[in-house]
Write a protein that binds this ligand. Sequence first.
Ligand code: CA
Length: 236
Amino acid sequence: MSHEILVVEDEPTLSRLLTYNLKQEGYQVQAVDHGGEGLQLALRHSFDLIILDIMLPGMNGFEVLSQLRRQSCTTPVIILTARNAEEEVVQGLRHGADDYITKPFGVAELLARVAAVLRRVHPDDGLNAEENDEKVIQVGDLQIYPEKYEVHLHGEAIPLRPKEFEVLLYLVQRPGVVITRDDLMNVVWGFDYIGGQRTVDVHVSSLRKKLEMNQESVQIDSIRGVGYKLIGTVKK
Ligand code: CA
């Protein structure tokens, strides 16, 4: 049974991005853009997790959170805070948030936090535990362990930087599909990350080198002026 997540975020682009990627991961998602609406929904329906923005129209995230806790709602909450806002984090945790993530963030990082919080709350979720232990993606001579952020080539662990790993994982999950640089930027670095697309290129070329991707069995193709595509047969 898939977990149900409530997203309370008023920025439409970010809300769509979160909803899309959480659904891709197999979660059921409901999204609202108003604090009060989020509160009502969270009290009426029992979600497994709430992703809660702080700066919201009407009722802000702190008020939503403290109302929830006051009304004995124990659903875990991850708050989305503005950059350089240490005070928001402290306040959020004091109001009963379980974790926080600072904007801008990559979807990959958010998904990892979501999975970690859900694991913490449902430690005896047998199905999940089994999935986590066993999860390995095989492509060509590579074995990829999503939970451990590890890649093995010919049975040996290859040290990758976290962002390199996240780029690889995203491509491997969509073999044969052209992924634009913009998509990779959004997912790995965050939708309002300020940095050139050159960052993506640097990470891809480093991946090719480290993983010896000149082999027939797995390659990352460059699609000129667009982005990248993973070529290879993926076994899960
Ligand atoms: Ca907001």
